[in-house]
Design a protein around this ligand. Structure first.
Ligand code: ZN
Length: 146
């Protein structure tokens, strides 16, 4: 039995209170990814080629999750980072769906699904945080939100 910050496992249509709130405030595509753990098609994301200095925030709760300094081009088709913006902003948990053993990454602030982290990233961390563009918003350094 896994229990986590209001995230429901697939197939569990229980308590709709919290989740219906998200359906109202998020755009449909963002809702699908953040709350239903959908994955956007590779190379489709708006933030894939963003390399300007700035901060990537959670599209659900605006928590600062990643920095552009840690973003790299992994060739995977999804925005990729070597580490989180700071300790504690991202929760990891084991994901054994789709016949694979992966590590899901979740926003600690709102429980939104972000993507997965893999141990095949570049130095210095050796980690690759593979994140859906739809889970994030980009805030350019010293500027307005796009
Ligand atoms: Zn969040």
């Amino acid at each position: 039995m896994r229990e986590h910050v209001g995230v429901q496992d697939t197939g569990d249509e229980g308590d709709a209170g919290d989740e219906s709130h998200w359906k109202e405030v998020l755009e449909p595509e963002r809702y699908e990814v953040l709350r239903l753990k959908a994955t956007e098609p590779p190379f489709s994301g708006a933030l894939l080629d963003v390399h300007d200095p700035g901060l990537f925030r959670c599209a659900g709760c605006s928590s600062p999750l990643f920095r552009s300094d840690d973003k790299f081009d992994s060739g995977s088709g999804w925005p990729s980072f070597t580490r989180a913006a700071s300790d504690g902003v991202i929760v990891e948990r084991e994901d054994t769906t789709h016949g694979m053993r992966r590590t899901e990454i979740i926003c600690a602030g709102c429980g939104g699904h972000l993507g997965h982290v893999f141990p095949d990233g570049p130095r210095p961390t050796g980690l690759r945080y593979c994140v859906n563009s739809l889970s994030l918003t980009f805030e350019p350094e010293g500027g307005m939100k796009r």
